[in-house]
Design a protein around this ligand. Sequence first.
Ligand code: NAD
Length: 488
Amino acid sequence: MAKMLINGEWTNAKSGKTCEVKNPANGQVVDSVPLGGTEEAEAAVKAAQAAFPEWAETAPEERAELLRKGLQSVKEHAKEVQALLTSEQGKPLFEAAGELQHFVHGVEFYTGLAGKIRGDQVPLPPTLGKYAYGLVLRRPVGVCLGIVPWNFPLTLMGTKVGPALIAGNTIIIKPASTTPLATLKVIGLLNEAGLPPGVLNCVTGPGKEVGETLINHPAVRRVALTGSSETGRRVMELAGPDFKRITLELGGSDPMIVCPDADVRRAVSGAMIGRYWNAGQACLAVKRLYLFEEIYDSFMEALLKKVGNYQPGDGTTKPEKPQIRMGPLHTEYQREEIEGQLADSVAKGAKVLIGGKRPEDSDLESGHFFEPAVVVDVPEDSQLNTEEVFGPVLPVWKVKSLDEAIQKANQTKWGLGSSIWTHNMKWANRAVREIDAGVTWINQIHFGYDEMPFGGVKASGVGHEHGPEALDYYLEKKGAVFGGLDWE
Ligand code: NAD
């Protein structure tokens, strides 16, 4: 059985209770983890609090070196970590390898910034004294909390651990209950490579109990959540009264607009990866596709051919080319949600052009498999348009003008990502200025680059992860005013 990691020690829940982690491809138990509760959450905060002063004073390059050692060890254990991720999450092994690489690259990015964090020197008016000046110091905030969802458990843990530790904070990670295993393995390796006890902890258990105890603890000064908009609202409610620093990376319904002059072949690939990677369970997935009428037919022909190549199956096996493996949906709940959204749209008049049902193969019966779908004639008041569609179903609309495309793109409560596929600079520029979203990719697949700040607007959240910008949430600014320097 796997254990939690608190204060550098592998730990069971005091209650002795455990929670099974099941493989979404076949329903078999992969392993169990302790079902942590209030007591374990409090123990983790105590450990993180105790470790903070020394870690904050450790030289930034030394902090980076310890993390680099840990990353090296993670790379050496890549096969084992990827296999764990596939078995608990469902994604095919090649996607698990991609996720681990992204995690390593993301944390490495912050190790590269360790010695580059600096404050400011500020000239002050002579009324304060002849040589008066101000300093703006940057200091770690203290104990941080990272709450992570199940769709990309490793990369989304890295986006919190990297900036937190490099800035000199200590952190507690709360993984999703269904995907704690690869996370515990990686956090264990980072600890074993030399992080002092208490600097990086991981508590498993229900979001409501463990998550809320951690958020409510007065010593926790910073909370980063990646999760649903509903959980984001709850985190804001709890963290607000104590003025904790929060970042909320929440749901999305990204639009993708393909213009008449687009490179259709590349745009089709963009839509494929954008919508169907991770079986469509991505915050920044392409969730609404708007095609100009001029390229509609050629785009749809190529898209349907490619979507037909997907073969749902166990992520540890590979189909013969040109078929592409798609893993199961993560839980039965996810599959039923997608089926419900699709049924609602079909009942209102939508047409399913391909997929959209459970595979008939009896070998797949014990997994949450679903055939990827392309849907047209989707009424705007139906769930495929009004809700976040967290699975491999792509609704497509035909548009006549950029005005219409942008107006439709903005008809949503979310504002995470968006893309436009065109070589017309004026159109690209309009999309960047007018689409209400945290990011607009131009001729690019929807993806969160480690180098670029990433975060949503509207119901997609507040704050940013990635990039040097993320460090701002892990460092507070302290002012110092030096007056009286000309006194005798
Ligand atoms: P979720 O909100 O159900 O769970 C996310 C995490 O929050 C889990 O660890 C869960 O245990 C914890 N949690 C749940 N209730 C809590 C509470 N009351 N207090 C504290 N913690 C609590 O989300 P999910 O279903 O795991 O993930 C899918 C959602 O995440 C989608 O909406 C997706 O769009 C979003 N997401 C957003 C981004 C982004 O960067 N914007 C990235 C990935 C996923």
